[in-house]
Design a binder for this molecule. Sequence first.
Ligand code: NDP
Length: 314
Amino acid sequence: MVGSKEKLKEKRDKRLQEISLLRTIPYSDHQRWWTSETVAVVTGANRGIGFEMVRQLAGHGLTVILTSRDENVGVEAAKVLQEGGFNVDFHRLDILDSSSIQEFCKWIKEKYGFVDVLINNAGVNYNVGTNNSVEFSHMVISTNYYGTKNIIKAMIPLMRLASQGARIVNVTSRLGRLKGRHSKLENEAVRAKLIDVDSLTEETVDKTASEFLKQVEEGTWESGGWPHSFTDYSVSKMAVNAYTRVLAKELSERPEGEKINVNCFCPGWVKTAMTGYAGNISAEDGADTGVWLALLPDQAITGKFFAERREINF
Ligand code: NDP
């Protein structure tokens, strides 16, 4: 008898095969809202999923800014793509450093004037395998949640207003889910607060992140009902998921022609440095849903969570 794990694996493998076929179908002229003047920015793109998203977006003909917190590594990564004929530019960007964010925005404004697509991919995780230390919780929450929020806030004024809407795509994780059989969150109060999008605010998300960090400092986090594996990372992605919804709500109140669509996605378990190359899919497959979301011809989709090109529950 085939077990449920095997069935799930079969289903996932089948979906991945479908997606790799979908990736080979070119976008039609009717679907292509972008041109070579369309500017996309990807954070943390010197390697892994970020690098792949740059490669794929540039392959679709956009101008892509590969950013990296390490100048030398980023320049080298961009060079690989430039030599392959891709329209890729580089600028340093550390999402934890407000002066780096400011400098980057100034450069974008002077060189390009605007951005059409922002992909928030930069992230950290310090746990591999069954190890679950919270030693680096501050760094994880600061980078994955506050860093992402800070770059988004700095970039929004630079996003080009257009009828198809500018796009923000946040790379998050199913580990941050609030409900369904994949949710690892046991804290009902936190779930209730984060799940109700109508009453959800940025302050609620901040307070949840602070509460977690306070419990880490006090040594009480283990009984806090937080996810039991990759705890700090899961909380950080839960926060980004929730912030995606808050922001989408806020941005959807803008007048027609000034909208910015914001969505998030889980790339799957990907063979990158972050997983110690232990994932089950390639960076190319992991990047797919992010690129698909960034290029979605349908402008009305915002505030949603995706995986393998399908909407999933938060
Ligand atoms: P990598 O570790 O290969 O890439 C992470 C990237 O983020 C690196 O380029 C890293 O730079 C960069 N980064 C870290 N901190 C900062 C910072 N302060 N400012 C700018 N860049 C920074 O991992 P992945 O490619 O796997 O991860 C990409 C995204 O996908 C992350 O958000 C991750 O959480 C998410 N994700 C990954 C999964 C997986 O299975 N791999 C699963 C679910 C989500 P540097 O090289 O200098 O360290």
